[in-house]
Design a protein around this ligand. Structure first.
Ligand code: AHM
Ligand code: MG
Length: 336
């Protein structure tokens, strides 16, 4: 019989990672632990989303006399309030807030910068389809006090950690501090994330492509030619790729991370620079996919090498299995 070695909870994993760095002060670990608490609170609200009709509408007061907030606003506030007083952050920025989010003057400032998309896949919130929180962590460049825009505008390869929380058929916390990508599934019975997917790796090639084909007539010719290619029979497998598109980047990414494949949001006539946000979506997922052996590109430059100029900037995104990403790049560069 296999010996029971105990569960690897997310908190224990964070602690064990910290012990690998004898000089670690615990600041970074306490940031991740606070984030896990925020994930549980947001996850609980997401699970109750369908009850909005029962306990109150957005803008109303619910039966407890509290104002009912839109779930993405609520997720944003929950994350900010859970992380702003721990002394580990000097600044935050979120897809849901304008400009930088300062740490309130009464709280100590720390060494890290936290960028996030509180609830990715917002169009899926009201229809019970998977959504998620995406986060990116940098070390500050400035020396002290409030963090600055310059602290936030660092290229993705400077990230010290990144991850996401997926609120799906179960909730999962997936993160990397650079040493592998690890997934934890939430057990509501004990209120803990438990290690379920250690050292996740993405296959070099998959059988899935994910893109909003409704924009076909808005795409550049190179992407239309790629679409013809990917939907014709692959001689190696005698079948075309399967199309899977949830419309929540985080959920599409998670599936492709496990099964292999490629997610593409190219520039199009409606979104000339692509739609996805470099700092809140593309960078963190690019960090994870590279740590899992995959690739992420804007078609010409690896996402992690892009020098950001604006905290809210958009980017085309091609992300997933290494070989699949390379094929899309070949089409965009006119090599195919
Ligand atoms: P959001 O952060 O406001 O939810 O927007 C980003 C979402 C991604 O999750 C998803 O991949 C994409 O927008 C879907 O866009 P489209 O509906 O144009 O295909
Ligand atoms: Mg998003």
């Amino acid at each position: 019989m296999q010996q029971f070695k105990g569960f690897m909870t997310l908190s224990r994993h964070i602690m064990e990672q910290e012990r690998k760095y004898p000089k670690a002060t615990g600041e970074f670990s306490s940031l991740l632990s606070d984030l896990a608490v925020a994930a549980k609170i947001v996850g609980r609200s997401v699970n109750k989303a369908g009850l909005v009709d029962v306990i109150g509408f957005t803008g109303d007061e619910n039966i407890f006399g509290e104002e009912v907030k839109k779930l993405d606003i609520l997720a944003n506030e929950t994350i900010v309030r859970t992380l702003d007083h721990g002394g580990h952050l000097c600044v935050m920025a979120s897809e849901e807030s304008n400009g930088l989010i300062k740490i309130p003057p009464e709280h100590p400032k720390g060494n890290y910068v936290f960028l996030f998309d509180p609830l990715d896949g917002s169009s899926n919130i009201d229809v019970n389809v998977s959504i998620g929180t995406i986060f990116s962590i940098f070390r500050r460049i400035s020396k002290e006090g409030d963090g600055t825009l310059q602290d936030c505008l660092q290229p993705g390869f400077y990230q010290v950690a990144a991850g996401y929380v997926l609120y799906g058929s179960s909730s999962m916390f997936v993160y990397s501090t650079g040493q592998g990508v690890h997934g934890f599934t939430y057990d509501p019975g004990i209120g803990e994330f438990l290690l379920s997917n250690e050292n996740m790796t993405v296959p070099d090639r998959g059988k899935i492509f994910s893109m909003n084909t409704g924009y076909l007539n808005f795409w550049p010719d190179e992407i239309r030619r790629y679409y013809d290619y990917i939907t014709s029979v692959d001689p190696a497998t005698n079948r075309p790729y399967s199309l899977r598109y949830i419309g929540s980047l985080v959920a599409d990414f998670h599936r492709n991370l496990l099964y292999g494949g490629v997610f593409i949001y190219p520039p199009d006539k409606k979104h000339p620079n692509g739609k996805l946000r470099l700092m809140y979506e593309a960078n963190p997922l690019a960090f994870l996919v590279e740590k899992a052996g995959g690739a992420a590109s804007d078609g010409f430059t690896p996402i992690l090498q892009k020098q950001p100029v604006d905290i809210d900037q958009e980017t085309p995104l091609i992300i997933g299995s290494k070989e699949d990403v390379a094929v899309v790049e070949d089409f965009l560069r006119g090599k195919k």
